[in-house]
Design a protein around this ligand. Sequence first.
Ligand SMILES: [Fe+2]
Length: 249
Amino acid sequence: MIWQTLQNPELGCNSYLIGDEVTGQGLVVDPLEALGVDHYVLSAQDLGIDIQMVVETHVHADHASCASELAKALGVPHGISHAAPATFPHQDLKDQEVLKFGMLSVEVWETPGHTPDSISLIIRDLRRGTVPWAVLTGDSLFVGDVGRPDLADANEEAVLEAAKKQHASVHRLMGLPDGVELWPAHYGSSPCGGIFMNKSPHSTIGYEREANPFLTMDLDTFVDQTLRLLKPPPEDAAKLREQNLAGIS
Ligand SMILES: [Fe+2]
């Protein structure tokens, strides 16, 4: 498998270029406008990845995405959850759908909570085996923390419901084997998570099972703590979400 994490440390953002090492077929996940379309195209060329799809784990509210622009420039589909009210041309992604890039397999899991349209991507390299190798958790599960539930809709009732969904989603992710690598969309001081987010951009399911305080909380405590520990929302959150929903970068 070919794997490259591309980051914007200023906002604590992870994005990914992943491909099948024999055919080069692959995808980009959560590309950042701060890095720019050319950066992804040139990085893919360097790595020998033929980008066949651009996928977003959710509609971002903390930074500008360049997913639409990149998909358009390359003439490839832009995949996003069917639950995203996106107005740009896109391919709806649904739970348990499997995307194939050569022998690289990407299974979609709907993991709502941070936003109703949040998905996680289970990565398998079928050249090596059928067990999951890694999971891209978007803003569902972070290293040491979980995604905040208030950015898509700040209404009190909606936030409460979203926090309950987040609890179910992170426990679904905990059904993965311990050795699975965990790669979220953010790390460090990103405003998309709480105060326990770790500076490391990655972890494993097994380590988080042991060390992430949110994973041992019952539903009521989880909801209470998630809401109590909310950071100030990202600057221009509503505007960025609207802009990303329209595919403008
Ligand atoms: Fe987010």
